[in-house]
Design a protein around this ligand. Sequence first.
Ligand SMILES: *[C@@H]1O[C@H](CO)[C@@H](O)[C@H](O)[C@H]1NC(C)=O
Ligand SMILES: *[C@@H]1O[C@H](CO)[C@@H](O)[C@H](O)[C@H]1NC(C)=O
Ligand SMILES: *[C@@H]1O[C@H](CO)[C@@H](O)[C@H](O)[C@H]1NC(C)=O
Ligand SMILES: *[C@@H]1O[C@H](CO)[C@@H](O)[C@H](O)[C@H]1NC(C)=O
Ligand SMILES: *[C@@H]1O[C@H](CO)[C@@H](O)[C@H](O)[C@H]1NC(C)=O
Ligand SMILES: *[C@@H]1O[C@H](CO)[C@@H](O)[C@H](O)[C@H]1NC(C)=O
Length: 784
Amino acid sequence: MEFLLLFFNMFNFRKMVKCEVQCNCTDVNIQIEGGHYNLTKGLETGSLLVYHCPESYYPHPHLIRLCQSNHRWTPAPKRFQPQKCRLVECPDPNVMENGNVSPPQEKYFVDNETTYECYSGYTLRGSSRRVCLPNGKWSGSTPICSRDSTDDCADPGIPAGASRAGNIFGIDDKVTYTCNGNLFLVGSSVRVCQENGQWTGKEPACYYRHTYDTSLEVSEAFGSAIKDSLTVSQPADDIQEGRSIRVSKNGTLNIYIAVDISESIEDEQIKSARDTVIKLIQKGGHHISARLQFPEFENSQQHFARTGDIASFTVSPNYEILFFSAEVFEVVNILDFKDGKIKPDSLKETLENFVIEDRKSGTDLNGVFKTFLERMAIIKEHTKEGFKEHRHVLIIFTDGAYNMGGSPAPTVAKIKNMVYMNHTGEEGAPSREEYLDIYVFAIGAEIFDDDLQPLALGTGGKHYFRMKDIEDLQDTFEEMIDEQDVKGLCGLHKDEKDQIPTRKKYPWWASISVQHTGASQKCLGSLVTPQFILTAAHCFPFGVLPEHITVDINDGQSKVKKVKKITLHPNYNVNAKVQQGIKEFYDYDVALLQLMEDVYISTSVRPICIPCTQETSDALKLEGKSTCRQQEERLFKTELERLNFLTKVDGSVKEKDVHAKLGSNRNECIMHAREAPGIAKENYMAAVTDNFLCTGGQSPYRDHIACKGDSGGAVFKNYELRTVQVALVSWGTKDMCKKGGGMIESDATSRDFHINLFRVVPFLKSVLANNTQDDFVPLQFLED
Ligand SMILES: *[C@@H]1O[C@H](CO)[C@@H](O)[C@H](O)[C@H]1NC(C)=O
Ligand SMILES: *[C@@H]1O[C@H](CO)[C@@H](O)[C@H](O)[C@H]1NC(C)=O
Ligand SMILES: *[C@@H]1O[C@H](CO)[C@@H](O)[C@H](O)[C@H]1NC(C)=O
Ligand SMILES: *[C@@H]1O[C@H](CO)[C@@H](O)[C@H](O)[C@H]1NC(C)=O
Ligand SMILES: *[C@@H]1O[C@H](CO)[C@@H](O)[C@H](O)[C@H]1NC(C)=O
Ligand SMILES: *[C@@H]1O[C@H](CO)[C@@H](O)[C@H](O)[C@H]1NC(C)=O
């Protein structure tokens, strides 16, 4: 026993002696003020130190440090330059020509707002208002002031933080961009005006090292690109919007995916990376064909047909999937698809079961491209002439910190040659550039943009994406493809099977704050079009102006939305029946708030369906020419209709259950209005007009009861995956809620009254279908 102990001690001792001086890097001066750091291998050689800051902040002066074999950090921590979390800045927007930027500032930080105006004689394209976002970019798009001219190409503008050389926009004229200060350029630094009126290359932007693309941006750009690849158009010769149709019907799509798992990417990201690839693959092919078979999406299909889009059908792609570090690990070999050895359905399982025991240090990015090139060569040999019809999409996830295998650039050149078959379109032969796309997802704390950017290639939109976290990318792929197609559909939401965030379940939900005469009031509301919020009129007492109101509906563009105009129902008059002993009369308690600008529609932010619109008929699957009455009948089938509304709980929302007492149940329900304070008992009928739905009580079901803060919120009913708002929360007979909120159940006599939207359609129509304005696209209502 003693022996053993001694031995153990000696072992420990030896180790200590050997390392005592400095076997590890030290933790002196590596702390970060306002944030934290993670080490991939403790303080040992080869460990990577990654700094993390809260949202809207970034680590400064360094993003990472590496423990070198001399046991020192690179870059070395300096006592006089302590590591801090700094507030994110956006590039200087004062580069716009022929217009004004206000306010003029030396520097612009997160949440700072700017507005853009053109000098007279010039018209504005792009955003007139932009907000500095936590990812170091301005919301919206580059504002450009231009004059009508005979130029062949439109003024390509100047992105924030950049300078442009070249002011003539005729055919073959060139513009050159550089980024100022410590910014670097993502996109094309040189663009040439082409005969078709388009500029070559991709729109440039200036990034800081801490600038990232949001998952929303990426899903939009990459989503539509990959959808283009996955849905093949009917063979046709016509050129659409300057873009020729891509692959013929019997073409083949090969997708090659490579994921960097070298130590330069943090450990837990590897599992995420695998899940991300699974998400990406699940979105490929299968989902689109599923959409075509899904009855609830029929309408969108019809819609496409009506708008004259070319019919599309899906391709089932072949996949090559690699993980790589110092060596390349093959997860799925594309050649197995050719032999039918692997089926698309089994990909998920293959990926999940794949384990890597021994990750050697080092990163061989070139090895990845060499593997892809070899696969292509074999496919070419097998298919001979058929290779012409093969499209290749390469998708690489890496931070670009390769340290072995050399630069991948020459291998990429060979891949280009093979796919282009030496036809780049320059010597008369048709261009084959559409047959090859390389998407680079640059992910990591420190990204080697200079090495990675030149690898991205392909026609159309953005091919280079810069992301902080692979988890963001999962969201990206989740939102991709199927969601893009159904963007405009009201009331579409995710169902509750998965643990989905409440914003996706109730994407129309909005919170309204009113600050007036020193008091603050909160209401709920619902997004009914990209620019309008429906809520209760009583949220805006006399004297409240648009500038007193903010709407919280986080669409990733700005935290709160400002209001341009309040429209109350013209018949709303809280004092109308004071004479009859009704102190406060809430008939027509409905209002519409017009926002300063459209919200950004996504899976988390989308309008709810409202009565008597064409979209709602589509949602309810009413075919042909439908009526309001048909909608009402489909939604209110019984005399006791289960409905829901939301209540705010800890910054999020929960769903309350109620039952509308209709038909023969109504009288008993509204009778309890007699017990409401401020209503003369004998005249209660005058307080409860036909415009109200009545809920509450305990029989036959115990309903929830509305609280003050629930006012203006949507009372809704789901119809499959669509939500229709049938009423809005107005008033109740008893205040049973403490502190104005919570999931409170009704007692026997408490009742709530909700404005029935079917009774205020003329008002909704007058505002939302207004066609004497240019601010928004009028909503299409039914004729009757
Ligand atoms: C980093 O460390 C913090 C604790 O300091 C921990 O909560 C977090 O999960 C770690 N993150 C990663 C990516 O390892
Ligand atoms: C070196 O680092 C490792 C891992 O952080 C730690 O377990 C070990 O005790 C360190 N050695 C010395 C001598 O500090
Ligand atoms: C811009 O942001 C900074 C930092 O949050 C803030 O101090 C400043 O007041 C803002 N400027 C304006 C005009 O909002
Ligand atoms: C399909 O491929 C064959 C040869 O692979 C070719 O002869 C034929 O023209 C192709 N069909 C279409 C519609 O492109
Ligand atoms: C493309 O050109 C290279 C040399 O310029 C040649 O070796 C190769 O065979 C050509 N490939 C095709 C498909 O014509
Ligand atoms: C319709 O739009 C015009 C022009 O903006 C506006 O004056 C009018 O008040 C609007 N009507 C309603 C009912 O909002």
